[in-house]
Design a protein around this ligand. Structure first.
Ligand SMILES: [Zn+2]
Length: 195
């Protein structure tokens, strides 16, 4: 693992973010996001924080980090990963990503994470690559997805991995390297089982 890993990997992800600079996405919206889908992503880095992704995305010309939320692992820095020094309290922690104005209004911000869905979805990114996520991260993801499904009456069928969308497929992405069918099944049963 090298310290520039995150940056290098981020560069390969750029094409899905074109929406930031104008696309059919923005023409259809009145400047507000309308959460109808939940799109799950991976950072494709073994370490990192909201601040790192924000920096990587701004370096690409975006106004800020393109994801609405980030679920961290125990490795906030390249050094912590390299030295195997996990920061356990950060593992599975949900943080707000895209917050261009009122941080309480984050869901209504138009994201820059999945072409064709940016004005009608919430994007959540797991820190990790090749599907290497901690139990804490996956648990946080499930809680998050369940909560947003309830909050916006989103059916679990509308929880998509980036790779399941047209733009993700076109780019040949594996993102988020997670079994989405199982994820939807789990959220569906949670939604049916609890009030
Ligand atoms: Zn993605």
């Amino acid at each position: 693992m090298t310290s520039n890993q995150g940056t290098r990997i981020d560069l390969s992800k750029g094409s899905s973010m074109k929406s930031e600079r104008g696309s059919d996405d923005l023409r259809l919206s009145n400047g507000r996001n309308c959460p109808e889908f939940l799109i799950v992503h991976e950072s494709d880095s073994s370490w990192g924080t909201v601040e790192d992704i924000d920096e990587w995305h701004r370096a690409r010309g975006f106004r800020s980090i393109g994801y609405h939320y980030v679920i961290g692992n125990a490795y906030p820095t390249a050094a912590s990963w390299r030295k195997h020094e996990p920061v356990v309290r950060l593992d599975g922690k949900l943080r707000t990503g895209r917050s261009l104005g009122d941080p309480d209004d984050v869901d209504m911000q138009i994201g820059a994470h999945c072409l064709g869905f940016n004005t009608r979805s919430i994007g959540v990114c797991l820190i990790g690559k090749h599907g290497c996520y901690s139990e804490a991260q996956v648990e946080t993801l499930y809680d998050f997805l369940e909560g947003k499904c309830r909050q916006y009456s989103i059916p679990p069928e509308r929880i998509l991995g980036h790779c399941e969308t047209e733009s993700g497929r076109r780019e040949g992405k594996a993102c988020p390297s997670l079994d989405m069918e199982t994820t939807r099944k789990i959220i569906r049963s949670r939604l049916m089982g609890r009030k």
